[in-house]
Design a protein around this ligand. Structure first.
Ligand code: MLT
Length: 409
């Protein structure tokens, strides 16, 4: 008899963003005339930078000629891209990362979700609350948790991110093995300073733990004092893995390109306590289960590092940051406490009421989609997340509608 992985039965009925999409689709079906503005899922709306498009076209043309055609590429990514990443994203910031420590992939979500499989199933995992649901759900699927009750899975060490903690996690009091951190944070938009991040690196070193550091939103950092990478912190090479993405940085959500940094010094242990480099394990996994990102997409990603690409990406991010600043300013003026929206595309708003109730109010009365904070965890109850990813005119219109709705409500 074929049997299922019963850990899947512990999961909530559907993935947060699928659930929201279904609710919005039902609303649109019932109200066909209404123009709904989406500030829910963090999906970009602006076109790819011109430098990326140009490189993309050129690479597609290369695929059309026998002399320049390419079949399977290296699973870890082409050297032309890995070398630029290592030099520009890390070495230029004083972070000691080499090209062969970069694994190019089709998405940070996939890498974030897949990486846990190289670790034992009986380790202790520390996860912030609220959190990007992928970290939690993939550990549930792998069987690292017990059942779900009262908004939490048994066996997980939750790190509450509340007003009391400044909306960032505090070091666990209990010893943990695998730690998920995300900065600038999704969903709260919170940031971390170098001294704060150093405490995490020291904790991991002291406890033989590993930090999975999600830096998918680093490109939104405008405050020069904030670290862009965990590898700017001394000692992190031995205890951290970092995820990056071209999705938000260069509008690649539909194009698909990201990368994961696994330093060769990063070590995990066998049950007998023998150290093993995780780079070799991830390399083995990646080459077995993944066949590389397409050549034209990697050429398009490479163009991000050209002088034109760099300027165009900066302009793109400035565009969304302008939206974020407007949302934060207006929601604050309406009397709602806001976190994020600076160095981040997300604004975490204390809605002072049930998250889903606030979501429904904005959808039904303002025809604006946000994300209910409680969907990111129990500590998100009462909050909503507003995303700055949309065209500026739409964000202005959404804010105007929200103002009218909340002033009347
Ligand atoms: C989000 O809205 O949290 C992100 O778009 C999700 C993602 O990048 O997968």
């Amino acid at each position: 008899m074929i049997r299922i992985n019963e850990h899947y039965l512990k999961l909530q009925a559907s993935y947060l963003f699928s659930d929201i999409a279904k609710r919005v689709a039902a609303f649109q079906k019932a109200n066909p005339g209404k123009d709904v503005i989406k500030l829910g899922i963090g999906d970009v709306t602006r076109p790819l930078p011109a430098a990326c498009i140009q490189a993309f076209h050129k690479a597609v043309d290369e695929m059309a000629a026998a002399a320049t055609f390419r079949g399977y590429g290296p699973e870890q990514g082409y050297d032309f891209l890995r070398e630029k990443i290592a030099k520009d994203d890390f070495q230029a910031r004083g972070a000691d990362i080499a090209a062969d420590e970069i694994f190019v992939s089709d998405g940070a979500k996939c890498d974030n979700g897949n990486l846990q499989e190289i670790f034992a199933t009986d380790i202790t995992v520390a996860i912030p609350d609220p959190v990007y649901p992928v970290y939690l759900d993939t550990n549930v699927m792998a069987g690292r948790t017990g059942g779900f009750a009262d908004g939490r899975y048994a066996g997980v060490v939750y790190m509450d991110c509340t007003r009391d903690t400044g909306f960032i996690p505090e070091l666990p009091r209990k010893k943990v093995d695998l730690i998920y951190l995300c900065f600038p944070n999704n969903p709260t938009g919170g940031t971390i300073t170098k001294p704060q991040l150093k405490q995490w690196v020291d904790y991991a070193r002291g406890n033989k733990a590993i930090i999975l550091f999600d830096a998918a939103y680093e490109t939104f950092i405008r405050d020069d004092r904030l670290p862009h990478s965990i590898f700017e912190i001394e000692g992190a090479r031995e205890v951290a893995i970092e995820f990056r993405s071209f999705s938000k940085q260069a509008g690649f959500t539909g194009t698909r390109c990201a990368y994961t940094v696994v330093p060769k010094a990063c070590t995990a242990f066998t049950a007998a306590g023998e150290p093993r480099p995780v780079h070799a394990l991830w390399h083995r996994r990646h080459t077995t289960k993944f066949n590389g990102v397409s050549y034209p997409v990697q050429r398009a990603a490479e163009a991000v590092y050209s002088p034109e690409g760099r300027a165009q990406c900066r302009e793109l991010i400035d565009y969304y940051l302008r939206n974020a600043a407007l949302i934060r300013k207006e929601m604050t003026a309406l009397g709602y406490e806001c976190i994020g929206g600076e160095n981040s595309p997300y604004i975490w708003v204390d809605g002072k009421t049930d998250s889903w109730k606030f979501f429904d109010l904005l959808l039904e009365k303002a025809n604006v989609v946000c994300t209910p904070g409680v969907g990111f965890g129990r500590c998100g109850a009462g909050f909503i997340r507003i995303s700055a990813f949309n065209d500026h005119e739409k964000v202005q219109a959404a804010i105007e509608r929200i103002r009218k709705t909340l002033t009347v409500a």
